[in-house]
Design a protein. Structure first.
Length: 342
């Protein structure tokens, strides 16, 4: 059934009347702006995620890097050849020998003549293979003793002590293998040398448990906050850019904290002569932490730069690609045939 032409004309006229606009001629309605609470919630989540990045890295380094005895010994092993460390060890050994000799014999006038020879012998010992063996064994023994004390909740009020007998036995064996005279007569005595006082152990035990819990929960919590902040954001590309910049800032703050900690640690030492040796030990222990801080800076800046570049040039490249794909080649017009003249 054909529509009535009169009705069709009436409809067209009604559409053309003033005050009525056809759907095709209506102006496009702008999209509603995203709710403000999404931006606020995303900013809060990303801020907390960026703040937890340096703390999570620090807790993981302390709970997993410093508590591995094998890794600790391997980290400290190169310091046996450090000149500042060898000088500090030679001075400590020389002072210990002279102190033990002073307890047994009155070496008042003789101390000035014997002291230089003892210190020279101690410096010569730090250049031998036996010294490197003793260095590794002593670090392993001290680390095991401190770690057992920190993990033992029932050892309250007890100091950390180390038995030097295994270290002396290794040194004695090394000297005997090197055919040093009278090496087999070195006595291997069992005694307890204090390493940490009881009050220091109790304080460090509490900090160790806090770091252990933080190292377990902070990394996944940081990842969850970052993903939630990006998912809630109205513009996810801007959220990724903000997360990258915040991660880079957290890495820079972590590197700054390591540098400030080094300065404060060396400033608290009473002996200024042994500060270079303490600085070498601090640098060796925090080398992994410094590497992680710079990796966070580089990774955060790379993510932020990638998000900014894709946001700025991505739509243009997509538009060009779409224009090239939708372009249809137009054929040349066929000339009309000409009539032949009569």
């Amino acid at each position: 059934m054909r529509p009535d032409p009169v009705v069709a004309l009436a409809g067209r006229a009604a559409g053309a009347l003033p005050g009525r606009v056809s759907k095709r001629d209506r102006a496009p309605v702008p999209e509603r702006a995203p709710p403000r609470w999404r931006n606020v919630l995303s900013a809060v989540l990303l801020t907390f995620a960026c703040l937890l990045v340096p703390f999570g890295a620090l807790a993981s380094w302390a709970a997993h890097g410093l508590t591995d005895t094998g890794r600790y010994v391997r980290t400290m092993a190169p310091l046996a050849a450090d000149p500042d460390v060898r000088r500090a060890v030679a001075d400590a050994v020389g002072e210990g020998v002279m102190r033990e000799a002073g307890r047994k014999v009155d070496t008042g006038p003789l101390r000035g003549a014997v002291g230089p020879f003892v210190h020279d012998a101690a410096r010569s010992f730090t250049r031998t293979e036996a010294y490197r063996t003793a260095w590794d064994a002593a670090n392993r023994a001290v680390h095991d003793a401190v770690l057992r004390a920190l993990r033992d909740d029932g050892a309250h009020g007890a100091p950390v002590t180390v038995d030097p007998a295994p270290v002396i036995a290794r040194v004695k064996q090394q000297l005997s293998d090197d055919h040093v005279p009278f090496a087999h007569r070195i006595p291997v005595t069992h005694t307890r040398i204090p390493v940490l006082l009881a009050e220091d152990v109790d304080r460090l035990r509490k900090g160790y448990h806090v770091l252990d819990i933080a190292a377990f929960w902070l990394p996944p919590a940081t990842a969850v906050l970052a993903v939630a902040g990006i998912a809630v954001a109205a513009c996810r590309r801007r959220a990724v850019t903000a997360l990258g910049l915040g991660t880079a800032l957290g890495g820079a703050l972590l590197a700054l904290a390591v540098a400030i900690g080094r300065r404060l640690t060396l400033a608290d030492l009473p002996d200024a002569l042994h500060r270079p040796a303490a600085g070498a030990v601090y640098d060796a222990l925090t080398a992994t932490l410094r590497t992680v801080s710079w990796l966070l800076c580089v990774l955060g800046l790379a993510v932020a730069a990638g998000a900014w570049i894709t946001g700025r040039y991505g739509p243009r490249l997509a538009a060009r690609r779409h224009a090239r794909g939708s372009a249809v080649p137009v054929a040349d017009p066929v000339p009309e045939p000409t009539r032949a003249r009569a």
